[in-house]
Design a protein around this ligand. Structure first.
Ligand code: NAD
Length: 353
């Protein structure tokens, strides 16, 4: 049994699907269902006997402890977080509460559970912390890519809160012996991503005939990884990762934001041509840059390749095409997760909104 915190979010939901496709082992999603958590992303596994859901906040130590005691997992995979950089600029408090305080409470609940396990189960237990390359800060155009030994230099409240959580996880290993693993991954894209992040936002706005907002000069570079490749990396680290180690995960796809948007527009021009024959690229609108906007991220993923034999299967071209097709085929999902009706339902069901 695995417990997946944040399993109703973008990467968590993809991981749930990936796991249930490739393993018989049951899992329990533990999620507070914030605006970013959507049970609709798990609709097609609801009836699977191996799947369970618990509405809980990682910051509620006693609720988490009760779930651990009831379900007795052999691993906790920690995806739950506030994850959107722009939101962290306008309201950093939630990021400190969930990513820092929440991770602390979760670690304490897990430590309590783990320390009560029989010795063999203690040795086999894993706490896998899912983190980001943003903890390393920003690169210049010719700097080498981030490796696992690059010093932390977070620049946004989001990155700082994730850096803090990485340090807590590390300390719980060195101080208490908790068997932890950490992954630091580059930008993900793919199905079930909330349409506030670059790629789904651009698809959504393009189809709605709205402007495609590009920050600053659009020259900021990100490394892009198809989410299924990230899920495969996490499963590999869970199974074979060395305790206490961190693994960088990336796609070797450094692309400028403006090029991402142009590529998306080209795909949409091909798949859903506009009646007047114009390109979606005409909707691109440059907007003032995000404060503290990191210029370039690049990941050196050689360690996970060398030690665990992981390599991405999708290129940016194949992954992006799959992603655009997915959003075109799942217009209902987009409508539901962005509509007030879904938030209302969560409020009624769980008393949260
Ligand atoms: P997301 O925002 O889509 O999902 C986060 C999930 O966590 C949601 O289901 C939300 O309801 C849940 N959650 C939030 N606060 C919670 C709390 N207090 N208690 C319980 N559940 C809570 O995020 P994502 O993009 O899927 O990212 C998942 C993890 O991967 C995060 O830790 C993020 O830092 C990391 N990461 C993301 C990316 C990326 O490109 N999206 C890249 C590298 C690492």
């Amino acid at each position: 049994m695995l417990i997946i915190t944040g399993g109703a979010g973008f990467i968590g939901a993809n991981f749930v699907h990936h796991w249930l496709r490739s393993s018989d082992e049951p899992l329990l999603v533990l999620d507070a269902l914030t605006y970013a958590g959507n049970l609709e992303s798990l609709a097609d596994v609801q009836a699977d006997a191996r799947y369970g859901f618990a509405h809980a906040d990682i910051g509620d130590r006693s609720a988490v402890a009760a779930l651990l005691a009831a379900h007795r997992p052999r691993a906790v995979l920690h995806f739950a977080a506030e994850s959107h950089v722009d939101r962290s600029i306008h309201g950093p408090g939630d990021f400190i509460r969930t990513n820092v305080q929440g991770t602390f409470e979760l670690l304490e609940a897990v430590r309590g559970y783990w320390s009560g396990l029989p010795a063999a189960d203690q040795a086999a237990f894993r706490f896998l912390h899912v983190s980001t390359d943003e903890v390393y800060g920003s690169l210049g155009p010719t700097d080498p890519a981030f490796s696992e030994t690059t010093p932390y230099a977070p620049n946004s409240p989001y990155a700082a809160s994730k850096a803090a959580s990485d340090h807590l996880v590390r300390a719980w290993h060195h101080t208490y012996g908790l068997p932890v693993l950490t992954t630091n991954c580059s930008n993900n894209y793919g199905p079930f991503q909330f349409p506030e992040k670059l790629i789904p936002l651009m698809i959504h706005n393009a189809l709605a005939a709205k402007p495609l907002p590009v920050y600053g000069d659009g020259q900021n570079v990100r490394d892009w990884l198809y989410v299924e490749d990230h899920c495969r990396a996490i499963a590999r680290v869970l199974q074979h990762g060395r305790l206490g180690e961190t693994y960088n995960v990336g796609g070797c796809n450094e692309v400028r934001n403006l090029d991402v948007v142009h590529t998306l527009c080209g795909l949409l021009d091909e798949l859903v041509p506009k009646a007047d024959g114009s390109s979606y690229a005409a909707q691109i609108a440059f907007v003032p840059d995000r404060p503290g906007h990191d210029r370039r991220y690049a990941i050196d993923a050689r360690k996970i390749g060398r030690e665990l034999g992981w390599a991405p299967q999708e290129t940016f071209a194949t992954g992006l095409r799959k992603t655009v097709r997915w959003y075109l085929d799942h217009a209902d999902w987009v409508r539901h997760v962005t509509s007030g009706a879904y938030r209302e339902w969560v409020g009624k069901q769980y008393g949260a909104g």
